[in-house]
Design a protein around this ligand. Structure first.
Ligand code: ZN
Length: 254
């Protein structure tokens, strides 16, 4: 079987409603993802995000099949690479946040795949870039949606590369090194975003996570998504959770 077998760490995307049985935080009041009702968001001005220069370089990362996702972390095989060089500030975050990992969420068909929704609208995939403030231990996640395009020329080349490498990691624990340009992956010139407090979307679903969800989506082809769906995992997203009176901010004014 080419698809990843179920891992034995007590959770899978087949039964997200049962995650709280092993991970109590998953039953909390500030869980992610959510459906962002744009009409109910509140405008707030944030300083622009500032990403360190290394974001614009090709950085050597290690992609790993962890049984739930294909996650990319800074490669430990290259000593000249330092986590503290890959950081971001601004965007309403307190202090300096260092890159931890990025990964992608998707589903069997284009109709689903994103974790967050905007006004009930789902996207075919959603990327998460996880950052951590090493002084405060605060975690911030930057989320980006995808839209499917037909033309290979318009596909984001870094995500095409991710899909191809990830599709080779068919067994749990499989790893591979590859260089990525994070700036190109995030298309960080896109500035409109939503901000709210939520949780990790995978167990243990810890709360207190600062979420930034960017509006402008990234292009990917059906072919790239199919490589992931058919070779590694069919479905890697958690359904939306109750908002429970949380306030969602947006950084743009109509
Ligand atoms: Zn994620």
């Amino acid at each position: 079987m080419s698809c990843t077998e179920e891992s034995d760490d007590h959770w899978s995307y087949n039964d997200p409603s049962k995650w709280h049985e092993h991970f109590p935080a998953a039953g909390g009041m500030s869980q992610s993802p959510i459906d962002i009702k744009s009409r109910h968001t509140i405008f707030q001005q944030y300083l622009p995000f500032v990403f360190s220069l290394d974001h614009t370089n090709q950085i050597m990362l290690t992609l790993t099949n962890n049984g739930h996702q294909i996650t990319a972390i800074l490669s430990k095989d290259f000593e000249n690479q330092n986590q503290t060089n890959l950081s971001c500030t601004g965007g309403g975050l307190n202090g300096k946040f260092n890159f931890v990992n990025f990964h992608l969420h998707w589903s069997r068909k284009d109709r689903h795949g994103s974790e967050h929704e905007i006004d009930g609208h789902t996207f075919p995939a959603e990327a998460h870039f996880v950052y951590k403030n090493l002084e405060t231990q605060q975690i911030a996640v930057l989320g980006f949606f995808f839209h499917v395009i037909r033309s290979h020329n318009e596909e984001n080349s870094e995500w095409k590369k991710y899909s191809h490498i990830a599709s080779l990691l068919t067994n749990i624990g499989d790893k591979m090194n590859c260089t990525f340009n994070l700036s190109h992956m995030m298309q960080i010139e896109s500035r409109r975003f939503f901000r709210y407090m939520g949780s990790l979307t995978t167990p243990p679903c810890t709360e207190g996570i600062i979420w930034t969800i960017f509006l402008d989506s990234i292009s990917i082809t059906e072919e790239s998504l199919n490589l992931l769906r058919h070779n590694v995992m069919r479905k890697t997203y958690r359904p939306i959770q109750p908002i429970n009176h949380r306030i969602i901010h947006r950084n743009y004014n109509h």
